[in-house]
Write a protein that binds this ligand. Structure first.
Ligand SMILES: C[S@@+](CC[C@H](N)C(=O)[O-])C[C@H]1O[C@@H](n2cnc3c(N)ncnc32)[C@H](O)[C@@H]1O
Length: 260
């Protein structure tokens, strides 16, 4: 497998003012395989960060779903359903997973235009997908529409305080290069390899306000910071190139919401 790493210079990456929604959505299908390779690569740390931070937090916030209909929206590899067995499992994405987990009903769907009827699901998950949706309100309204009243939404984001706002230095210090609370769209390579993809940086208040506007109540908000001892133990001797990491800023942010 060949994964090419590119240096990203935040100071010179242009911010895009006028983003074509169609072009943005069209980027993912070509990159799905590369993204899967990335998260499964043994010598990059994406897998370790998912294992240490993403997966445990999503599963904890999800809780017991054995009697629930669950939709994983923007499912990627459909990894969620390797960890939980809901009463019925549904997934959607702009592109079909290369290996869909058995028993999952899958549809090609844009989050902003879901093809399911109203009030179909008890729980909806949106893991690392909303940052790629050009119209956040449209996506959150659609997720609300297909969720039962009193149903739940679990969201995982790359932390808006960390991701593409600055750089981790070799000593673990974090240098902020861009305002953490400004919204902007710009092309990026995930883990400096998969892209270019249009990324929509939004502040935490923007996410929370959009959730409220779209009929969601926030029930829990949590940040996840890397525990450097666990990270080192997980990655030592495995990485082709050590990236500087830090525990000073959160890496992932999780929001649990209920359908108000
Ligand atoms: C960073 S991956 C995350 C995948 C998975 N949820 C995870 O946690 O690993 C983003 C996924 O969202 C999908 N995606 C991006 N924009 C989308 C949209 N508007 N509607 C549905 N899926 C979308 C991409 O095709 C990709 O599979």
């Amino acid at each position: 497998m060949s994964i090419v790493s590119r240096h990203v210079d935040l100071a010179t990456t242009p911010q895009i003012e006028d983003v074509s929604e169609t072009a943005t959505l069209a980027q993912w299908p070509d990159l799905a395989r590369e993204y899967q390779n990335l998260i499964e690569a043994d010598d990059l740390d994406s897998g370790a960060l998912r294992h240490l931070g993403l997966i445990p937090n999503v599963l904890q916030l999800l809780g017991d779903v054995s009697s629930s209909q669950v939709l994983d929206a923007g499912t990627g590899t459909s990894w969620l359903f390797r960890h939980v067995a809901p009463k019925r499992a549904f997934a959607c994405d702009l592109t079909r997973p290369t290996e869909l987990v058995d028993g999952v009903t899958f549809r090609i769907n844009d989050l902003a235009a879901l093809s399911w009827p109203d009030h179909e699901f008890d729980v909806v998950v949106a893991s690392l997908v909303l940052m790629y949706c050009p119209d956040l309100d449209a996506a959150l309204r659609e997720l609300r529409r297909v969720t039962k009243d009193k149903g739940r939404l679990i969201i995982a984001l790359m932390s808006p305080y960390f991701y593409r706002t600055g750089e981790v230095q070799d000593d673990g210090a974090f240098t902020i290069r861009r305002p953490v609370d400004a919204s902007r769209a710009f092309p990026l390579y995930i883990a400096q390899t998969v892209g270019p993809l249009m990324y929509f940086h939004r502040s935490l208040p923007q996410y929370v306000n959009a959730l409220v506007r779209c009929g969601w109540s926030l029930t829990e908000l949590r940040d996840w910071h890397i525990n450097m001892a666990d990270y080192n133990e997980e990655t030592i001797g495995k990485l082709r190139e050590r990236r500087s990491r830090t525990d000073l800023v959160p890496m992932f942010t999780f929001l649990a919401c209920s359908a108000a």
